[in-house]
Unconditional design. Structure first.
Length: 339
């Protein structure tokens, strides 16, 4: 090939690469512009004051496209599909109780994202920050507001398969004392201390005594509901095949997702409620697979997220196995009833 031919080939390649780069920039710009545009037909959202103590409100992560995407918003608890007030605080996962919130956030860096948990006061001001070692997945606050917990994926990014690793942390919001991983607690299984290198914990839920909590333990290919003791720093297995437990307000039942044989590998769960006294399970009237840690609206009603057009929608369902699911809000996830 002559020098002239080589130069022509090089120039042609440069023209092609320039065109590709320009198209990529324009595509990214258009995509960003679409994300900043309010969602057509979506909920009405305005910026304003959001607190964690306002009576009759529900606070959640807004999933609607537009300038308030991913922000905590407030809506009437009796009408979660109604007008939303946006807070300017962004969270990937969120929960709140007794005027204390936990918000799991992405921190965007030049090379990759990192994650953190921030403890919020009733006015959404940051009280404390903690590093989170992976992709956030679950968040909870104890009924008194004293303790907060979160779970992150440190290997893998889905509960559906078996190739993942999680880390569950608990912090005392009064003292700032952090337990970075429940793996530091002693495991009691079948009445004996249990050691396993593959132990994973996730989905913490708190009782009202500021001592007891429940969570999922996975080991040797099985999952267990465990009862934890914050003072004794122990967890004790109670029941098998329980994931993402959520304790009822009266402390008598656990709502959870259960793997059911025969369902697809990527959607293997059904919702159940477990009576803690009898360990009797009640299947709930939700035919779809739910990958969420449900929230108790009250002692009779559950709220949970399912995939929707803009990420997730919220549904409600009776906790006694009767009724049928009902969508209560679109483009919403991580609800907390406040006030």
């Amino acid at each position: 090939m002559t020098v002239r031919a080589r130069i022509l080939v090089l120039l042609s390649a440069l023209v092609v690469l320039t065109g590709v780069a320009t198209a990529s920039v324009l595509h990214a710009s258009a995509r960003a512009e679409r994300r900043n545009q309010p969602q057509a037909g979506g909920p009405r959202i305005t910026s304003g004051a959001v607190t964690l103590t306002e009576p009759g409100r529900m606070v959640f992560r807004n999933m609607a496209w537009g300038p308030y995407r991913d922000e905590l918003v407030s809506a009437p608890a009796t009408d979660p599909s109604g007008p939303r007030t946006a807070s300017r605080v962004k969270c990937l996962r969120f929960y709140a109780a007794a005027g204390t919130g936990v918000c799991l956030q992405a921190v965007h860096g030049p090379v990759s994202d990192t994650y953190r948990a921030v403890i919020l006061d009733a006015s959404l001001r940051i009280r404390a920050r903690y590093d989170v070692p992976g992709i956030p997945s679950r968040a909870r606050v104890s009924p008194s507001g004293r303790y907060a917990a979160w779970t992150a994926f440190v290997g893998g990014d889905s509960y559906a398969g078996t190739n993942f690793s999680t880390r569950a942390a608990i912090v005392d919001t009064r003292t700032g004392m952090l337990t970075p991983s429940l793996e530091a607690y002693r495991i009691v299984k079948d009445g004996r201390t249990y050691h396993a290198a593959d132990a994973n914990f996730w989905g913490v839920t708190f009782a009202s005594d500021d001592r007891t909590f429940y969570a999922t333990l996975a080991t040797q290919g099985r999952t267990y509901l465990v009862r934890g003791d914050l003072r004794g720093r122990t967890v004790t297995t109670l029941h098998t095949n329980v994931e993402c437990p959520s304790l009822s307000p009266d402390g008598t039942r656990i709502a959870f997702k259960k793997r059911v044989p025969g369902l697809p590998e990527d959607a293997p769960w059904q919702l159940y409620v477990l009576d803690l006294r009898t360990l009797r399970e009640t299947p709930l009237a939700e035919p779809r697979s739910v990958d969420d840690q449900v929230v108790w609206r009250d002692d009779r009603t559950l709220v949970y997220a399912l995939p929707g057009d803009y990420g997730a929608d919220l549904y409600t369902l009776p906790a006694d196995g009767t009724g049928k699911p009902r969508r209560i809000s679109t483009a919403a996830v991580s609800p907390a009833y406040v006030g």
